[in-house]
Design a protein around this ligand. Structure first.
Ligand SMILES: CC(C)(COP(=O)(O)OP(=O)(O)OC[C@H]1O[C@@H](n2cnc3c(N)ncnc32)[C@H](O)[C@@H]1OP(=O)(O)O)[C@@H](O)C(=O)NCCC(=O)NCCS
Length: 149
């Protein structure tokens, strides 16, 4: 299987929305939110194509706190049939490389505290749990993670 990472454009909106719905229920972004993200100038978004088929995607934003820019992973999704093939790892790597190229040295994200696959992925890639986010996902708690790039 050949996996290629490409910049996500608004043309992929329908497919990304479908994948977002398959991967999340209550927490899924709406189509309008994804469309906004894909067209916002602070957004970095990639799709992973497996033999030409969109198998996953990632959306991150560049944000600023106390005059320092950092990357913020907004969402990452890999279709069920393509999981455990290193696609999420590739997508995150690509975002981190781009952030570094922009001179950005930190990447942050939030994850539901019971999302063990995602937490394992982030820890494997060097993200550290910094704190807990009480009721960040409705009744469910979240974790706040950070990586120095
Ligand atoms: C989390 C998610 C993005 C992982 O995607 P993936 O392409 O399957 O992940 P990768 O194949 O790149 O996994 C890399 C490493 O992460 C860890 N990992 C990923 N999925 C895992 C799982 N189900 N159980 C345990 N560890 C897992 C492993 O360390 C894995 O390395 P290994 O396969 O060599 O053991 C995918 O499961 C998904 O889309 N989930 C639904 C959406 C979601 O929860 N997104 C994150 C929101 S914060």
């Amino acid at each position: 299987m050949e996996v290629k990472i490409e910049t996500a454009t608004i043309k992929t909106l329908d497919k990304l929305y479908q994948l977002e719905g398959e991967c999340f229920d209550q927490e899924a972004f709406t189509k309008r939110q994804i469309a906004y993200l894909l067209t916002d100038y602070n957004t970095i978004a990639f799709v992973a194509k497996a033999d030409g088929d969109i198998a996953g995607f990632i959306i991150a934003q560049v944000e600023v706190e106390e005059n320092t820019e950092f990357g913020h992973i907004i969402t990452i999704n890999v279709a069920q049939t393509y999981r455990r093939k290193g696609i999420a790892k590739k997508l995150l790597h690509e975002i981190e490389v781009l952030l570094k190229q922009k001179g950005i040295n930190e990447c942050r994200l939030e994850v539901r505290e019971d999302n063990h696959p995602a937490i394992k992925l982030y820890h494997a890639l060097g993200y550290q749990t910094i704190g807990k986010l009480e009721r960040y996902y409705g009744t469910k708690h979240g974790l706040f993670l950070k990586k120095i790039l």
